[in-house]
Design a protein around this ligand. Structure first.
Ligand SMILES: N[C@@H](CCC(=O)N[C@@H](CS)C(=O)NCC(=O)O)C(=O)O
Length: 357
């Protein structure tokens, strides 16, 4: 009898410890899955809207137009991502950010993605915990001076005061270039662009340095652009493009392949005006894979992005291919593609998409 009771107790305590063990391992695995990086793609789908961190003060890239709407090259990439994920390019909440606030806003999950003329660098990629997609615009830093100043090179600017924005690569490159070459200068730094521009116009600084695309944009906004000259020298490499948080690979992969998809569409001759006929009748299997349709009676290829297989059709019909977006926003600033890094690879540039296969 005693023996039976003892056995019963052993079985009960064994069952009990197994229960505890199971509960603990459950807890462990659930913490593990929640700490293994968030899935912002799911959040965007559930919310029905993409929250995009942008610039609101840079004509051509991100600006609020006279109708009170955001527009520009970067804005079109926010729209493209929304079209890919949600099937509707208008499902975007734009969050305007200064250069110095942008990375914190992304890390704090105030935005899903940052598309704000942002340069891909090692420290921003690694230390700040971001993931950059392929660049959408290859830029470089320049220096703008008044035409009347007589400055014609960086070397001629010894002793100059230079206006620069805080929290940018610009600030660091400026010092590399001047201090590195033993050229004395005084930086005048600003948190936002408008007071910087005022200081430049009032002559409180002799030069204004930033990305050459930014200088083209600001120069075009002056009442008399020819009063200002952008020096020929390019001080740095500024590859600009979208970024997501580290370990957010579902969203990252979607953004990356939207970027590539727009490049590939241009290369394949698919534009907003012909995408529906190309999708109805693709001329080759590669085009069918890009547009998420079958070829010659076959099934469409699903790359497993977790969004509709024909996502690139929505992107191209609602936003356009790379060339359409570039021509619309950047050509008016005088940023021609021919002979630049932003030409297609087939024309000597760096705009190149890996295979959709
Ligand atoms: N690409 C550089 C510079 C980015 C930047 O903030 N550029 C300035 C001038 S092109 C800008 O966006 N100004 C608009 C503003 O801050 O209001 C970076 O990522 O640090």
């Amino acid at each position: 009898m005693l023996n039976y009771r003892k056995r019963f107790l052993i079985v009960i305590s064994l069952l009990f410890s197994m229960l505890i063990l199971f509960a603990c391992s459950e807890e462990e695995s659930s913490t593990e899955s929640s700490s293994s990086g968030s899935n912002t793609l799911t959040t965007i789908i559930d919310r029905g809207e993409l929250v995009c961190g942008v610039n609101d003060n840079l004509t051509g890239f991100g600006v609020i137009n006279s109708a009170g709407e955001f527009e520009g090259f970067d804005i079109d990439y926010c729209k493209a991502v929304a079209a890919a994920i949600l099937g509707d390019s208008s499902k975007v909440e734009y969050v305007p950010l200064t250069a110095s606030a942008r990375f914190e806003a992304l890390a704090a999950e105030e935005i899903d993605i940052l598309i704000r003329n942002t340069t891909w660098t090692a420290s921003r990629d690694r230390d700040l915990g971001n993931d950059f997609t392929a660049p959408t615009f290859y830029d470089g830093q320049g220096m703008m001076v008044k035409a009347s100043s007589g400055y014609d090179s960086i070397e001629s600017m010894a002793g100059a005061t230079v206006c620069v924005l805080q929290g940018t690569t610009t600030e660091l490159n400026l010092d590399d270039r001047f201090t590195g070459s033993g050229i004395a200068y005084t930086p005048l730094t600003f948190e936002t662009n408008d007071p910087l521009q005022a200081a430049y116009e009032e002559g409180r600084c002799d030069g204004w340095t930033t990305d050459k695309s930014g200088l083209a944009s600001k120069r075009a906004g002056f009442s008399n652009p020819s009063d200002h000259v952008v020096l020929a020298e390019t001080l740095s490499k500024e590859p600009l493009g979208p970024l997501t948080r580290d370990n957010d690979s579902e969203l990252y992969d979607v953004v990356q392949w939207v970027v590539f998809g727009m490049m590939q569409a241009e290369e394949s001759g698919i534009s907003s005006s012909n995408v529906s006929s190309m999708a109805a009748n693709p001329t080759d299997p590669g085009m069918a894979r890009l547009l998420g349709v079958g070829f010659d009676g076959g099934e469409p290829t699903d790359f497993g992005f977790g969004i509709p297989v024909d996502f690139m059709q929505n992107v191209i019909s609602q936003v356009g291919n790379y060339g359409e977006v570039y021509d619309k926003h950047l050509v008016p600033l005088g940023l021609t593609r021919e002979g630049s890094l932003n030409a297609q690879w087939t024309e000597g540039g760096l705009i190149y998409a890996p295979p959709f296969r």
